[in-house]
Design a binder for this molecule. Structure first.
Ligand code: KG4
Ligand code: ZN
Length: 338
């Protein structure tokens, strides 16, 4: 089965074609960073309008690269939530309309299910069951995954998601949008011994996260030590070290609690090199295996949507002709396809 995947939930347009027999045939990504940069964050209406401009030309592009035409498609998958409502509706309208015009089935994909299945696109995919650490701009979750649509939420964020904490801390360090990768780069130049930030919620049991206090800690440290280049790098380092160690502790706990040995990390923050290195180092000593997507598939992309949609279409799931989108949609509400 050959499925096109369309991702338009936030500030990236992603389109890809996945073939259940041959794997990923082609994918394209357009980032809206340049569009939102001067506003210091995503402007929803500008995001929607840009998805309108980009999605169809990108569809032509990936079909061309895959060497196929629309008549060769057996299904269409689009991100139906969670995300920005206007942005989601662009992908939903295009995806549903395309499927109707071609006379093929369409399926709604949950954006975070896309993320957590993204490692399945790599050469050595994880087998079920596993624990997934989902870390993006809107989510910090630990999920037990027993199969497609069989998700048990083990831990969640009580306030800011980890990507959001990276972005907000980056902003107060004067790094602009998008802050996460910029803060990670600055942290590499920082002195790890100068400041030590707290590891939130690690000294009590449980798998929930809370990252908003670290942002305040960074601000207070900046105010106390002066706003010079070195101090900013040292704060970035202390912030990143605290976030990374907190996540490693929670991942270790989640594996202990579930008795599982496979850990998947996915979502934008899983592109963070320090996080990958620390989890990998810990896993090597603990007899656990860590899986993650290639960096381009950690952040938003169409390939993960094409893959997740293909699995659900193969199992017979379809969406009716009326389309909608779900700005808020919990992963725990998903069910296995039937
Ligand atoms: O998954 P994603 O592309 O979009 C959402 O679904 O939210 O994740 C974007 C988030 C942003 O908060 C961004 O700053 C963060 O992932 N991010 C990073 C890195 N790359 C992206 N955070 C830390 N280090 C990185 N290398
Ligand atoms: Zn995402």
């Amino acid at each position: 089965m050959r499925v096109v995947g369309i991702e338009t939930s936030c500030d990236e347009t992603g389109v890809a074609v996945y073939d259940s027999a041959r794997g990923l045939l082609a994918h394209a990504l357009h980032s809206q960073v340049a569009l939102h940069e001067e506003y210091g964050g995503v402007v929803p209406e500008l995001a929607s309008r840009d998805h309108v401009r980009k999605t169809l030309p990108m569809l032509d592009q990936v079909l061309g690269e895959a060497g196929i035409g629309t008549a060769d498609l057996d299904g269409v998958a689009y991100t139906a939530g969670p995300g920005l409502i206007g942005a989601l509706l662009v992908g939903a309208a295009i995806g549903r309309g395309l499927a109707w015009a071609l006379g093929v089935p369409a399926v709604e994909v949950h954006h975070m299910e896309g993320h957590l299945l993204a490692p399945m696109l790599e050469d050595q995919p994880p087998a079920f069951p596993f624990v997934a650490l989902l870390v993006s701009g809107g989510h910090s979750q630990l999920v037990r995954v027993d199969g497609i649509g069989r998700y048990t939420l083990l831990g969640d964020t009580l306030d800011d998601a980890v990507g959001e904490a990276f972005d907000k801390t980056a902003k107060l360090l004067g790094l602009g949008y998008p802050g996460g990768p910029a803060l990670a780069r600055l942290a590499e130049q920082g002195d790890p011994a100068r400041f030590t930030f707290p590891r939130p919620m690690t000294n009590r049991p449980g798998l929930d996260f809370s990252f908003s206090g670290l942002k305040t800690y960074a601000l207070t440290t900046l105010q106390q030590h002066g706003d010079d280049e070195r101090t900013r790098a040292d704060i970035a380092r202390a912030f990143q070290d605290a976030v990374v160690e907190t996540m490693v502790i929670k991942c270790r706990r989640a594996l202990e609690q579930t008795g599982l040995t496979r850990l998947v990390m996915a979502g934008g923050v899983s592109a963070n090199r320090a996080l990958r290195a620390c989890l990998q180092a810990w896993a090597a000593t603990a007899g656990a295996e860590v899986y993650y997507p290639r960096p381009a598939f950690c952040t938003d992309n169409g390939a993960m949507i094409a893959y997740a949609g293909c699995q659900r279409l193969l199992a017979g799931q379809r969406v009716g002709l009326a389309f909608t989108a779900w700005p808020r949609w919990s992963l725990s509400d998903l069910r296995p396809p039937q």
